[in-house]
Write a protein that binds this ligand. Structure first.
Ligand code: NAG
Ligand code: NAG
Ligand code: NAG
Ligand code: NAG
Ligand code: NAG
Ligand code: NAG
Ligand code: NAG
Ligand code: NAG
Ligand code: NAG
Ligand code: NAG
Ligand code: NAG
Ligand code: NAG
Length: 535
C-alpha cells in the first residue's frame, strides 16, 4: 500500500470519526472468527474481536485501520488459541462469552450484567450497565501495551507484562511496573519488587503517581501536583500520529509512533529507557532461563550454560540449562569436584545457609564440603550457600549490581583411571547396605509374619501399593517405609552393577536423593493373584 493511499485511508477514517458518535454493541450480538469477526470503533481505527493467533484465534483489541494489524490487548491471554468454530456472544443476560462447538463457555471478561459495550477510537473497549456507567474497560486490564489516554495506576499488580513473542500473546518474562512508591521500573516476571531484581527504574519518584501516555506521545508520571518526565516531550502532531508503549519479549520497554503521512509508514521506535545501541542487549535479567546467562552476539543474544551445565533443550536454548546428567548429585567417587569462579556474573541471592567467612577460599571450601551446596555467592565476608536452580544469572549491571559480589559454581569432572577401585568399593558398600537393610526389613517381617518368601512377597506388596501388610497395617509413616523398602530392593539386586553406592543409599534413606522404582527381583508380577492378596 502506497503512503499516499494510506494517507487518504486514514484521513477518511478520521472524517468518519467526526461524523459518527460511538458504535454501540447490544446484547444478542455475535462474532465469529471468520465472518463478522470484530466490532469496529467509529473511525474504524480500532477493533474488538477475533484475530489470528498461532493455529487458531484469540479475542482482543487491535488496530484495524492500518495495514499492520497491531494487537494492543488480549482477553485470557494465557489460554490456548480457539478454533474457527467458536462464537463470541454478548448474551441476553449481559455477559461476554466464548462459546465452543462443544458448548463450553469461557468468559472473555468478568463484570456485572451489561447493557451495552463500545469499541472507542482511543483503543479502549468499554462495557456499560443499564445506567450507561462504565463497568469494565480494557484500559484497566492492560496486557503488554499502554495507549495514549490510558494510564497505569500506582499498583504493583496491574502492570504491563510482555508477551511470549510477536505471534504469541501469552504472558512472557518481563514486566513494567508503576510502583506504589512512585518509581517506574522494569523487572522479570515472578520476583519481588526489590532492587535485586530490577534492571531499570526512573531516577526519581512521584508518590501515588500514575503513568500516563498522552496523545502527543509524551510519557510522564503525575500525581496532580508533580509531573515526572519519563520520555522526552515532542512537538504537537495534532492527533494524526499514533503512539503505543509496549513491554517487549526481549525485556525492553519501547515507545512507538506511526505517522501515516510519512514516506515509509510502519511503526518506528521513538524512545526506550533501555536503548539497544547504548545498553547491553543482555541487560534484562533471566533472558536465558535457569543456570544460564546471556552473551551479546551482534543484534541477537547467545545463551551460555554455566560451567558443568548443558542445555535442557538444545533447540530451545532460552529454556536454560541443567547439570550434565551423567554426574551424580553429590561428590561421587571418581569425580573431581571443584569450585569455579564465574567472573562478572551474578545470580539470584537465595541461600539456604549463610555464614561469615574471611576469605573467598573459605567460602569455596564451605560449599565444596557441603554435599547440598551447588553454588555460592560471596560478598563482604558473607558466604551464602545455594542450591539449584540458579535464576536470573546475568552479567552484573553497572550501578545496580555490586561488583564486589563473587559467584562460584560447583563443577564435577570425571577423574580418569580410578574405575577398578571404585567398582570394588561399590561391591563392598552394597554388601554392607544389603546387610543393614535386609536386617532391618527381616526384623520387621520375621516379627510380623508367619508369610512366605520374604523377597517375593514384599515386592508384591510394594508393587500393589499394599506396603501396610509388611507392618501388619499398623500406623507407620508410609512414605518412609516405602522409601526404605525401595532402597532395600535396589540393594539386593542380583547384578552388582545396578546396586547403588553406600553414599547414595544414605542419601536415598535420608530423602535427599530420589529413589527410582526398583526392578522386580523375581519378575513375576500380578496384583490380583497369589498370596499377596487378603484371604
Ligand atoms: C454480520 O452482522 C450484521 C449485523 O449484525 C448482519 O446483518 C450480517 O448478516 C452479518 N453477516 C454475516 C455474514 O453473518
Ligand atoms: C451463542 O450464539 C450461538 C450462535 O447464535 C448460539 O447457538 C448460542 O446458544 C449462544 N450462546 C449463548 C450463551 O447465548
Ligand atoms: C518476597 O517477599 C516475601 C515477603 O516479603 C518474602 O517472604 C519472600 O521470601 C521474598 N521472596 C524472595 C524470592 O525474595
Ligand atoms: C503534566 O504534564 C502533562 C503533559 O504535558 C500535562 O497535561 C499536565 O497538566 C501536567 N500536570 C502538572 C501537574 O503539571
Ligand atoms: C519542535 O519543532 C521545532 C520547530 O519546528 C523544532 O525546532 C524542534 O526541534 C522540534 N522539537 C522536537 C522535540 O521535535
Ligand atoms: C495543529 O493544529 C493547529 C490548529 O488547528 C494548527 O495551527 C497547527 O499548525 C497544527 N500543527 C500541526 C503540526 O499540524
Ligand atoms: C539510542 O541511542 C542512540 C545513540 O545514543 C540514538 O542515536 C538513538 O536515537 C537512540 N534510540 C532511541 C530509540 O532512543
Ligand atoms: C555462542 O557462544 C558459544 C560458546 O558459549 C560460542 O561457541 C558461539 O560461537 C557463540 N555464538 C555466537 C553467534 O556468538
Ligand atoms: C558430561 O559428562 C561426561 C562424563 O562425566 C563427559 O564425558 C561429557 O563431556 C560431559 N558433557 C558436557 C557437555 O560437559
Ligand atoms: C581436579 O581438578 C582441578 C582443577 O581442574 C585440578 O587442579 C586437580 O589436579 C584435579 N584433581 C584431581 C585429583 O584430578
Ligand atoms: C544475600 O542476601 C542476604 C540477606 O538477604 C545478605 O545478607 C547477603 O549479603 C546477600 N549476599 C550477596 C552476595 O549479596
Ligand atoms: C568495583 O568498581 C569500582 C568502581 O568502578 C572499582 O573502584 C573497584 O575496584 C571495583 N571492585 C572490584 C572488586 O572489582
Amino acid at each position: 500500500m502506497t503512503p499516499i493511499f494510506l494517507f487518504f485511508l486514514l484521513s477518511s477514517i478520521f472524517t468518519v470519526e467526526a461524523q459518527q458518535g460511538q458504535s454501540i454493541v447490544k446484547p444478542g450480538s455475535i462474532l465469529t472468527p471468520t465472518t463478522n469477526s470484530s466490532w469496529l470503533s467509529p473511525s474504524g481505527l480500532y477493533a474488538f474481536g477475533f484475530f489470528k493467533q498461532g493455529n487458531g484465534y484469540a479475542v482482543g483489541v487491535f488496530l484495524a485501520g492500518i495495514p499492520q494489524k497491531t494487537v494492543v490487548w488480549t482477553a485470557n491471554r494465557d489460554n490456548p488459541p480457539v478454533s474457527a468454530q467458536v462464537t463470541l456472544n454478548f448474551t441476553s443476560d449481559g455477559r461476554l462469552v466464548l462459546q465452543s462447538a462443544q458448548d463450553t463457555e469461557t468468559s472473555v471478561a468478568n463484570f456485572d450484567p451489561a447493557s451495552s459495550a463500545s469499541m472507542l477510537d482511543t483503543g479502549n473497549f468499554v462495557v456499560y450497565n443499564s445506567s450507561n456507567q462504565s463497568i469494565w474497560e480494557s484500559f484497566q486490564h492492560p496486557t503488554d501495551t499502554l495507549l495514549p489516554t490510558q494510564r497505569l495506576l500506582a499498583d504493583d499488580f496491574v502492570v504491563l507484562k510482555s508477551s511470549v513473542s510477536e505471534s504469541n500473546q501469552s504472558t512472557g518474562r518481563f514486566r513494567a511496573v508503576m510502583q506504589q512508591d512512585g518509581y517506574v521500573a522494569l523487572y522479570p516476571v515472578g520476583t519481588n519488587l526489590t532492587l535485586e531484581y530490577g534492571y531499570w527504574s526512573t531516577d526519581s519518584s512521584v508518590p501515588n503517581g500514575n503513568l500516563n501516555l498522552d496523545d502527543q506521545g509524551f510519557l510522564y508520571v503525575t500525581n496532580s501536583i508533580f509531573n515526572l518526565t519519563v520520555s522526552p516531550a515532542r512537538n504537537s502532531t495534532n492527533g494524526t500520529v499514533l503512539y503505543r508503549l509496549r513491554m517487549e519479549d526481549d525485556g525492553f520497554l519501547r515507545l512507538y509512533s506511526y505517522n501515516p503521512q510519512e514516506q515509509n509508514g510502519g511503526w518506528s521506535i521513538i524512545w526506550s529507557p533501555l536503548n539497544k545501541t547504548d545498553v547491553n542487549i543482555c541487560t534484562p535479567r533471566g533472558l536465558c532461563g535457569v543456570s544460564a546467562f546471556c552473551v551479546p552476539a551482534g543484534n541477537d543474544i547467545n545463551c551460555t550454560c554455566l560451567p558443568g551445565f548443558v542445555f535442557i533443550d538444545e533447540s530451545k536454548r532460552t529454556l536454560g540449562c541443567e547439570r550434565n546428567s551423567t554426574t551424580e548429585n553429590c561428590d561421587e567417587k571418581g569425580m573431581n569436584t571443584t569450585m569455579e569462579e564465574v567472573p562478572d556474573i551474578i545470580w539470584e541471592n537465595v541461600t539456604y545457609s549463610q555464614s561469615l567467612l574471611s576469605t573467598k577460599q573459605d567460602c569455596d571450601d564451605a560449599c565444596l564440603q557441603d554435599c547440598s551446596c551447588e553454588a555460592a555467592l560471596f560478598n563482604d565476608r558473607v558466604c551464602g550457600k545455594q542450591k539449584l536452580p540458579l535464576r536470573f544469572v546475568n552479567f552484573k549491571i553497572p550501578n545496580i549490581d555490586s561488583n564486589a559480589t563473587l559467584a562460584f559454581i560447583k563443577v564435577r569432572t570425571p577423574t580418569p583411571s580410578s574405575d577398578g577401585n571404585v567398582t570394588k568399593k561399590i561391591i563392598i558398600v552394597s554388601l554392607v547396605a544389603f546387610a543393614f537393610i535386609v536386617l532391618a526389613i527381616s526384623g520387621i517381617a520375621i516379627y510380623r509374619s508367619q508369610e512366605a518368601i520374604l523377597e517375593e512377597w514384599s515386592y508384591r506388596c510394594f508393587e500393589c501399593g499394599e506396603l501396610g501388610k509388611l507392618v501388619n497395617d499398623e500406623e507407620v509413616e508410609m512414605k518412609k517405609l516405602e522409601r526404605m523398602v525401595k532402597v532395600a530392593f535396589w540393594c539386593i539386586l542380583h547384578d552388582p552393577a545396578l546396586r547403588p553406592s553406600m553414599k547414595k543409599v544414605l542419601l536415598m534413606l535420608e530423602g535427599t536423593a530420589n529413589v527410582p522404582i526398583p526392578p522386580n527381583p523375581n519378575s513375576v508380577s500380578q496384583c490380583d493373584q497369589g498370596f499377596g492378596k487378603n484371604e
